[in-house]
Design a protein around this ligand. Sequence first.
Ligand code: PEP
Length: 262
Amino acid sequence: MSPVARRPRLVAGNWKMHKTGVEGATLAHELAALLGARPQCTVVVCPPFVALDSVRGALRGSAIALGAQNLHPEPRGAFTGEISGPMLAAAGCRYVIVGHSERRHGMGEDDALVARKLRAARRDGLTPIVCVGETLSERDQGLTADVLVRQIRGAYEGLSPAEAQETVVAYEPVWAIGTGRVATPEQARDAHRIIRATLDRVVAPGAGAKMCILYGGSVNADSAPGLFADPEIDGALVGGASLEAAAFFRVVAAAAAAIAPV
Ligand code: PEP
């Protein structure tokens, strides 16, 4: 398949609650060796908080960026067990995942909290990767578009086009996360189009076309080429397949293979 002109690519690995500092450093070393000094797309790894420092050390000199999996909206204060944006920036993070479905559905994060976290990330110089997506029951009830519009509106209302463009959206259907059930490229494309159209309405006309929108949900080396062949899909947020260097490298390679000069 010939490469197509498109927005810059980004592939991010969400390690979730996996890898100690030592294990994370090993994985980061392996990945850096495989990717070389100049991977053809932006590559981010998001280890657990306690592994950030050792992974940062292991990534030194590589082009792989460091991200975190969550942040508290306040910069400091009496919030036991929480981590703030300034702490993440000081730990070397450039990205932070916001509104992952495991936090929306497992920890009760609502749209208002996700909006605060998005703004906190920007305030603290971090690029938020804002996750949205419907559950299986919402999809079965024909509510996918309603959910995506509500979540995008909740997160982006009030942002300027320039502010929005400095964020990344990840479309992550909840039924595809960690299940081995990948959305088809058509399902992902339809969702990405809804997200772009919503950004056009909520932020400004034309805003959606400029945004980097990732697909996430059981992406692996087999499914990645088909997804990345679609010009609506600008990269991936990868969970399980990011825990092994060779597997993650093959996803990154698939993303890079579809790139052509715009
Ligand atoms: C994720 O954690 O965001 C994710 C997409 O996980 P997985 O790739 O394992 O489905």
